[in-house]
Design a protein around this ligand. Structure first.
Ligand code: AHG
Ligand code: MN
Ligand code: MN
Ligand code: MN
Length: 315
């Protein structure tokens, strides 16, 4: 019998809830993957005609993925609120407003790839609420550092749909088996290779990077001799970095002066997974997981990958 998603659940108080929450992520992933495959036939490619709080034009699939993910989190009964890239305010699940857990999500990552049938993803993390269960959930429940993350991971919608996640005891990858209609463990205990791989960055922005990062990148390229790959979807770039090694970065630049990637929906969950796989994730001179979030949609510079490469880049 193949090992299914249930194996991710740990014993103890959090494990009891992480199993249904991660199964909920798995159900959302299956639904989103199906919607992506059929999108061109159902007229759901292209813009939704709305702008999200990030100042981005929402794609119809950003909105649909957000709805699917939220509904699956609601149905677990363990989630009191969801913070989403696509929602300005914290979304409280009234029916379960006294539940213990808060989920943060980037429902569809890399949505600029949709028009060209390129890879996209979903990124999530789970924390325990800070307010009392008797209280109505508050945005302060989401403003927790990566040290409080109980579970985090991502789904990659590529040739196969993969769910890669950690509940704090290493990183495990599950591939959706369409014949059996379930996720099966395909990549147990993923560790980032210490050497090799690629550097991954939108190098076109180099002349506008802040903090002298252009010079740092040139030095790292000389020191490591790494080749370059860039998909433009953090999930795909992170996944390759995790499996092949190297470093992924999105520095601050003249346009995005505090960085582009979102702390709660992108940097913290990916930082958690990277560190659980033996890698390193840094931002503004500290570990991403040590940042104390100040706002739901806060952005930060991100440098993550094999420790030696991150050190070579930032040193
Ligand atoms: P999203 O589609 O969720 O808004 O995220 C886009 C992000 C991330 O996926 C990727 O790493 C980065 O934007 C790419 O940005 P550039 O196009 O500026 O390189
Ligand atoms: Mn977006
Ligand atoms: Mn994203
Ligand atoms: Mn997104």
């Amino acid at each position: 019998m193949p090992t299914t998603l249930n194996s991710i659940a740990k014993q103890g108080a959090n494990g009891v809830a992480m199993m249904p929450i991660i199964q909920g992520v798995g159900r959302a992933a299956i639904e989103i993957a199906a919607v992506l495959r059929g999108a061109v036939f159902r007229g759901v490619l292209g813009g939704a005609g709305s702008e999200n709080v990030q100042g981005e034009q929402q794609q119809k699939l950003d909105v649909l993925s957000d709805e699917i993910f939220l509904e699956e989190m609601r149905s677990t009964g363990f989630v009191c609120a969801v913070g989403s890239e696509e929602q300005e305010e914290l979304l409280v699940i009234d029916e379960y407003a006294h539940a213990d857990y808060v989920v943060l999500v980037d429902p569809l990552d890399g949505s600029s790839n949709l028009d060209v049938d390129g890879p996209v993803g979903t990124i999530f993390s789970v924390v325990r609420r800070k307010t009392a269960n008797s209280d109505y959930p508050h945005v302060s429940d989401t403003l927790q550092s990566g040290r409080n993350v109980i579970a985090a991971g991502y789904v990659l919608y590529g040739p196969a749909t993969m769910l890669v996640c950690s509940v704090g005891d290493g990183v495990h990858g599950y591939t959706f088996n369409p014949s059996a209609a379930r996720f099966e463990l395909s990549h147990a205990n993923i560790r980032i290779p210490a050497k090799g791989g690629y550097y991954s960055v939108n190098e076109a922005n180099k002349s506008s990077w802040l903090d002298g990062m252009g010079d740092n990148l040139d030095r790292m390229k000389d020191e490591t001799g790494l080749g370059m790959r860039y998909v433009g979807a953090m999930v795909a770039d992170m996944h390759r970095t995790l499996l092949k090694g190297g470093v992924f970065l999105y520095p601050a630049d003249n346009k995005n002066t505090t960085g582009k990637l979102r702390l709660l929906y992108e940097a913290i969950p990916m930082g958690f997974v990277m560190e659980q796989a033996g890698g390193k994730s840094m931002s503004n001179g500290i570990h991403v997981l040590d940042i104390e979030p100040e706002a739901l949609h806060q952005r930060v510079p991100v440098y993550l990958g094999a420790a030696a490469n991150v050190d070579s880049l930032l040193g």
